[in-house]
Design a binder for this molecule. Structure first.
Ligand code: SAH
Length: 395
């Protein structure tokens, strides 16, 4: 058996595990029996010696990420049933062999019962991103399982964990292919073409989670003058163009992102003079846009990565949204997002409400947005619901 070591929790600290929340915080631990290293499997028990779960041990505030709440041996078949379940869900949701979309999230960490593991599917290439050493250690086995489950649908697997593994373990991971090889980097999303750079790009190369929200921009874009702030690969911009926008400006602080956006525009709308892209800082750019735009998208990076930067993050959301409310043309539509896991839906909404109040504009909520079905939320782990968005009508 792999689980030689065990953790016993302090009295009363077993409640969240009994409700299937998959994290054990280091403060809840009463005693560790045996020699425990980062990435090891460990069984967790209550103070009354009840088995609670088995998971991967990690040095840090989240000490264990539970992979099973029943006593099992996490062997090949165990992982196979998990990955099969994730693949089945994507199949049922219509992502496999979709005629217009061949990019989706295959494994969404806790959302799919596999804490520490993200897998994004790009037209045959699976890009894996491990956030825990436990998952990193079993990467070869996970690749075998994926080949088994996906069959011909899987042509290559790329590991991109160099920047996401917890640094305390001091394990160096080199990015690269674990199976096959592919330089087919063009993907389709609702018929639009995107070049994905999984080697150098942010996250696994593309922000798949905004797919349905981008489609909503298309719906409202007709005849509008659009600002896509924090554009990255330009996703929202093409949907706006497809939806008949009069003008689209894409802005990002990264010059590389602007190049990528321009390249993607050429792929989809060659020589279309409605689009332009600028490398600029959002706070600077938004200082003086006056009433140039009547559809604005604000999709910033996670302003808060940790709880201690929460206050600053909320100020950031308030500031950019205030600027947008103050200047958006009358009858304008604002799409505003937060992808910070530590910023709750309510806190984000409060920040946007304050911004609206400061601007003094009349604002109505049209839509409340979240992440799509290929980023499922584990009902016992509310933290997996990280993407929040509001679509607002500004009179
Ligand atoms: N909307 C994009 C994803 C945005 S990711 C999509 O649909 O794919 C966040 C982007 O914000 C990154 O590309 C990053 O380069 C950019 N960014 C970060 N800080 C910024 C700043 N201060 N001003 C402008 N862009 C910034």
């Amino acid at each position: 058996m792999a689980e030689k070591t065990r953790i016993v929790l302090k009295s009363g600290k077993d409640q969240s595990l009994k409700r299937f929340h998959p994290w054990v915080f280091s403060g809840a631990i009463k005693k560790i029996y045996g020699n425990l290293n980062e990435g090891d499997l460990v069984s967790v028990y209550s103070n009354k010696d009840e088995f609670l779960g088995i998971g991967h041990y990690q040095i840090g505030s989240i000490a264990v990420r539970i992979i099973s709440f029943t006593e099992i041996e996490p062997n090949y078949d165990f992982w196979k049933s998990k990955i099969e379940s994730a693949w089945e869900l994507r199949k049922k949701m219509g992502f496999v062999e979709h005629s217009e979309t061949n990019v989706f999230r295959l494994i969404h960490a806790e959302g799919d019962g596999m804490p520490g593991l993200i897998v994004d599917y790009y037209n045959g290439t699976a890009v894996m991103q491990m956030h825990s050493i436990g998952m990193y250690f079993i990467r070869e086995e996970l690749v075998k399982v994926m080949k088994d489950v996906l069959g011909d649908h899987l042509k290559a697997v790329y590991n991109k964990s160099a920047k996401t593994l917890p640094f305390k373990a001091e394990i160096e991971s080199e990015d690269g292919f674990l199976f096959g090889e592919s330089n087919e980097t063009e993907v389709l999303e609702y018929g639009l073409k995107f070049k994905v750079d999984w080697e150098a790009g942010q996250k696994t190369g593309f922000f798949i989670d905004q797919r349905e929200n981008r489609l909503l921009v298309q719906k409202y874009a007709e005849g509008r003058e659009v600002l896509n702030m924090f554009c990255y690969t330009g996703g929202f911009s093409f949907y706006a163009m497809k939806g008949g926008a009069k003008l689209v400006h894409s802005v990002d602080a990264s010059a590389k992102a602007i190049d990528l956006t321009k390249e993607n525009v050429e792929l989809n709308f060659p020589e279309d003079s409605r689009h332009d892209a600028f490398a600029a800082d959002a706070f600077e750019y938004l200082k003086d846009i006056q009433n140039k735009y009547d559809l604005i998208i604000l999709d910033p990076p996670a302003f808060a990565k940790h709880r201690n930067s929460l206050h600053q993050a909320l100020q950031g959301y308030k500031r950019i949204n205030t600027r947008a409310f103050e200047q958006i043309r009358s009858g304008g539509i604002l799409f505003t997002f937060s992808c910070s896991q530590v910023v709750s839906k309510d806190r984000f909404r409060e920040a946007v409400f304050s911004a609206a109040a400061i601007s003094g504009r009349k604002v109505r909520i049209l839509h409340q947005l979240t992440q799509p079905v290929d980023h499922p939320v584990n009902i016992y782990h509310p933290e997996s619901e990280y993407l929040k968005g509001l679509v607002l009508y500004v009179e």
